[in-house]
Design a protein around this ligand. Structure first.
Ligand code: ZN
Length: 472
């Protein structure tokens, strides 16, 4: 399997072989998370939810069904989502008097309740989240994890007294996502979307676009300031200190769990299989006994004691005592992306040592048994760093400064991300899409970039440095 020769074939095979996901479910756009995938997903959710709770968000769980009446309250929102909605129209043989829909996102499920719960300034800020599946009838070709009709995400929704407080919340949300994506070793651009591409109903939208080997960026998270758009539609008001009724200012942000898993596989994986960041690896260390003629029992016993030692140090550990050959075992656990392998052979037994092999570069070293837990800890820390550096250098290599339309076309054609100067006009944005097949993803929010030349299309003064790519 060659990742860079045929990305989608490599990706699909890996999903199946490493027991991440089975895409053969008999409904298009719906798929099964298998053991390894489900365990990784659980770890990602744990990481994120822990951080959300630490920063004052509280968990809730809202129904999957939304009434048509509520869904239609915010005009822009309904325009943005209506073509992707799964409707619930019948119960048994009867047609329902009032249609319902499966949530494509939960604003219109949550905000009618917000208007009941929020009465005074003392009820604010309200910050809630849930990790659930959402449903969108995607008309573009579906792809497992990247683009599905049912996908897992975490959505947070907040309400505030003022625009300034909401702005602070947007910043905090960006920090939380940035911190978690970095811990997972991912690289991406944090971009403010152009107005024509913002979330339906938002004042503005910011998104995390992760690189992908096939050149299509993968939006793994979004953060929106909703302003008063929804609080006006849903009449979410509070009584301020001065006794005046005011509309709350809202934000919402979504963390694409399926897509983050896709990014981890796509950015870190190699021709041997997955490479998992230690924090989310279901197994962090695998112990592999290497039997030797005449020493079978001794090696088995020694391997067991090595295994016990690592388990008691708190690492998620597995010992492979199957009948497979050591070579087959290496191959197998490399495919599952286990960060550290401990090999226990006759020489290790004799010298009271173990051999450590790390997954990123498959480099080996030998350490005394006593120092094994410490050495594993070091290796895991280094893996985090190596993954982050490797991924970041790929993002840099993939980004090409394109100063004219020919360079832009060539960049998108060669599966890369173009950095261009743009005047801000929608006609030029359309031309960019027509000419190159890529779309303007936005300008960076955490790095200030001043245009160095004129708009790549019309030659007038450029307003922004923007990034252009194909997208999932
Ligand atoms: Zn222009």
């Amino acid at each position: 399997m060659k990742k860079y020769e045929s990305f989608s074939k490599w990706f699909d095979e890996l999903l199946l072989n490493a027991e991440i996901m089975d895409n053969r479910y008999p409904i298009k756009g719906f798929a099964v998370y298998k053991e390894w995938g489900a365990k990784i997903v659980r770890k990602i959710i744990e990481m994120l939810e822990r951080r959300l709770e630490e920063t004052g968000h509280i968990p809730m769980l809202f129904p999957v069904a939304i009434s048509e009446e509520m869904f239609k309250k915010e005009a822009e929102h309904i325009k943005g989502f209506t073509s992707e909605v799964f409707w619930i129209t019948h119960a048994g043989g009867r047609k329902l008097k009032k249609r319902m829909l499966l949530r494509p996102t939960s604003e219109t499920a949550m905000y009618p309740m917000f208007s009941q719960w929020i009465r005074s300034h003392a009820d604010l800020p309200l910050k809630i989240f849930q990790s659930v599946s959402v449903y969108r009838y995607e008309t573009k070709a579906t792809r497992p994890l990247f683009r599905m009709r049912e996908f897992l995400w975490n959505e947070a929704h907040t309400a505030h007294r003022s625009w300034e407080e909401a702005e602070e919340q947007v910043k905090q949300a960006i920090e939380i996502y940035d911190e978690i994506f970095k811990k997972l070793g991912l690289s991406y651009y944090i971009l403010r979307r152009p107005d024509f591409d913002k979330f339906a109903g938002a004042a503005y939208s910011i998104a995390f676009d992760a690189w992908n080997p096939d050149g299509r960026v993968n939006q793994i998270g979004t953060v929106h300031n909703l302003g008063e758009n929804f609080s006006r539609a849903f009449k979410i008001t509070y009584e301020d200190i001065d006794g005046v009724q005011r509309h709350v200012i809202q934000t919402c942000y979504g963390f694409g769990i399926s897509r983050v898993l896709a990014a981890i596989i796509a950015q870190h994986g190699d021709d041997h299989g997955l490479v998992l960041p230690p924090e989310i690896a279901p197994v962090q260390v695998v112990v592999i006994p290497i039997p030797y003629k005449g020493l079978e029992d001794d090696i088995e016993k020694y391997s067991r004691s090595v295994y016990e030692k690592i388990v008691s140090a708190g690492f998620r550990t597995w010992i492979d005592e199957t009948d497979r050959t050591p070579g087959e075992k290496y191959y197998y656990w490399e495919m599952f992306g286990v960060p550290v392998r401990i090999e226990v052979g006759p020489k290790d037994l004799k010298e009271n040592k173990v051999t450590i092999c790390e997954r990123v570069n498959l480099e080996r070293r030998t350490v005394p048994l006593e120092e094994t837990p410490k050495a594993i800890m070091e290796e895991l820390g280094k893996i985090d760093k190596k993954l982050r550096e490797k991924s970041l250098s790929t993002l840099r290599e993939m980004t090409i400064n394109a100063e004219d339309t020919e360079a832009l076309k060539e960049t998108i054609k060669s599966k890369k991300i173009a950095r261009i100067c743009w005047c801000g006009k929608i006609e030029c944005a359309e031309r960019i899409r027509e000419e190159s097949g890529g779309e303007i993803r936005g300008y960076r929010v955490n790095v200030e970039e001043k245009p160095e030349y004129k708009c790549i299309i019309c030659g007038r003064k450029a307003e922004k440095v923007v990034y252009v790519a194909k997208a999932y």
